[in-house]
Design a protein around this ligand. Structure first.
Ligand SMILES: NC(=O)c1ccc[n+]([C@@H]2O[C@H](COP(=O)([O-])OP(=O)(O)OC[C@H]3O[C@@H](n4cnc5c(N)ncnc54)[C@H](O)[C@@H]3O)[C@@H](O)[C@H]2O)c1
Ligand SMILES: [Fe+2]
Length: 401
């Protein structure tokens, strides 16, 4: 294990150094209540007509969406709609939508919905850019390396941050696998952060997706591949989420809290797309792949246990996060501050009725899931401490009912 850990750390160091040479960029942003109405003019500017519109059925019923569709019609933008994306989107979803894109000679893609619709839109874009490569062949890092057609992403959860990240996460129901394509080419041309789209998000989804965003900020911050900017973004996101998620949960119509959550989710996206996530996400992906557990719920449940398991190795950075929230008096030790931070996460979960454990984990699946989580995280994720498969298996047992 010592040699393996050395290999992982060397790999991570190379990836971190290489990242300074990668074309990371941020999308053009449209922000604020009603900003979706400004998207049609951007679509015209980019020549993305006709455009494929990947939208969730829930979002397709929103009045803001109707206004947007009317704006597209007024601008003479022809749209082809794909509403079939499931939560934890599948390769088949992307292929089905790709067929629509090609049959209608589309020139651009809009993904409007949660991470599922946005990731599906990204995967379609990758297939258009690389027609000869299957999605599974683009799994991993830097396998796309080609310009996508103009891509416009509109999050309606806050959220995955997918609208600014290099990742698209896809599932294969046949093998229970869930994996990411990671490439700066997947960063969209334009992202729209319109809080009015998130007003109707039910409390349970507000809570789960908000905790997903918080997990991005924390896993990025405690990892070993931060830059000054990722640290700053992670701290800002953490502060904003802790201050606003409960309000958004309790009063969905609070536009200001919704706006702050969307911005925070975007900031957390900037942080983790460069500084990576950690074992919380690796475990959550297996739970999504095996049992369809919602991504945010899985993260929220696992987060405090993994932070505890990192022990001393994450203490200092968790203490800094506790300081950013003024959780303890400044004379407290790092140990006390880190413990206060983990207590805060547990309290937030409890306030928003997120369970402490996950029901339905089958003991016989644990070795396979632990192995997959191990292989997802290592050597890529610059986690504070490298766990072996047995330590990961123990975490699955701890969160089992
Ligand atoms: N690409 C990335 O960087 C990245 C990062 C984190 C997570 N992900 C992936 O994103 C997916 C999860 O995305 P998610 O958490 O946004 O959930 P989701 O997209 O699966 O949506 C969850 C539910 O919320 C509903 N919903 C969405 N917006 C709504 C609205 N405004 N009003 C009412 N209901 C609404 C959807 O219909 C769905 O039932 C997972 O597959 C995860 O792995 C991707
Ligand atoms: Fe996530």
């Amino acid at each position: 294990m010592i040699f393996y850990a050395l290999f992982c750390r060397t790999y991570q160091f190379i990836m971190k150094t290489a990242s300074y040479f990668l074309p990371f960029h941020e999308p053009e942003l449209l922000t604020g209540p009603g900003s979706l109405e400004r998207l049609p003019e951007r679509i015209l500017e980019k020549g993305a007509n006709p455009v494929l519109l990947v939208v969730s059925r829930t979002v397709a019923r929103l009045p803001e969406y109707e206004v947007f569709r009317a704006g597209l019609d007024r601008a003479d933008i022809r749209t082809v709609v794909y509403e079939g994306t499931v939560p934890n989107p599948t390769i088949a979803n992307a292929e089905e939508a790709l067929a629509l894109y090609l049959a209608n000679n589309c020139k651009g893609i809009i993904g409007i919905g949660g991470g599922s619709q946005m990731d599906c839109a990204k995967a379609i874009g990758a297939r258009v850019a690389r027609p000869a490569k299957s999605i599974s062949a683009m799994r991993g890092v830097l396998k796309v390396r080609k310009r996508l057609p103009p891509l416009f992403l509109v999050p309606t959860t806050a959220g995955t941050g997918s609208e600014v990240t290099i990742a698209a996460v896809l599932s294969n129901p046949d093998t229970h696998e869930k994996y990411a394509l990671n490439d700066p080419a997947l960063i969209p041309a334009v992202a729209v952060l319109d809080p009015l789209l998130t007003i109707g998000l039910p409390p349970s989804i507000t809570a789960a997706t908000g905790m997903d965003a918080l997990t991005h900020a924390i896993e990025a911050y405690i990892g070993r591949s931060n830059t000054n900017r990722t640290r700053e973004m992670a701290i800002r996101a953490t502060r904003m989420i802790v201050a606003n998620v409960n309000t958004a949960y309790g009063d969905g119509g609070d536009v200001e809290a919704r706006d702050k959550m969307l911005t925070a989710s975007y900031y957390a996206g900037i942080a983790f797309t460069r500084a990576y996530v950690g074992y919380v996400h690796a475990i959550a992906h297996t739970l999504g792949g095996f049992y369809g557990i919602a991504h945010g719920v899985a993260n929220a449940v696992i987060l405090p246990y993994v932070l505890e398991a990192y022990g001393k190795k994450a203490e200092k950075s968790l203490a800094e996060l506790a300081d950013a929230l003024s959780l303890t008096d400044s004379a407290a030790s790092d140990y006390e501050k880190a413990a206060a931070f983990i207590r805060k996460i547990r309290a937030m979960n409890a306030e928003m009725k997120i369970p402490e454990k996950i029901d339905g984990i089958r003991p016989e699946d644990i070795p396979v899931m632990a192995d997959r989580a191990f292989r997802e995280a290592n050597p890529l994720y610059p986690v504070p401490r490298i766990f072996d498969r047995e330590e990961l298996a123990a975490l699955y047992r701890v969160i089992s009912v």
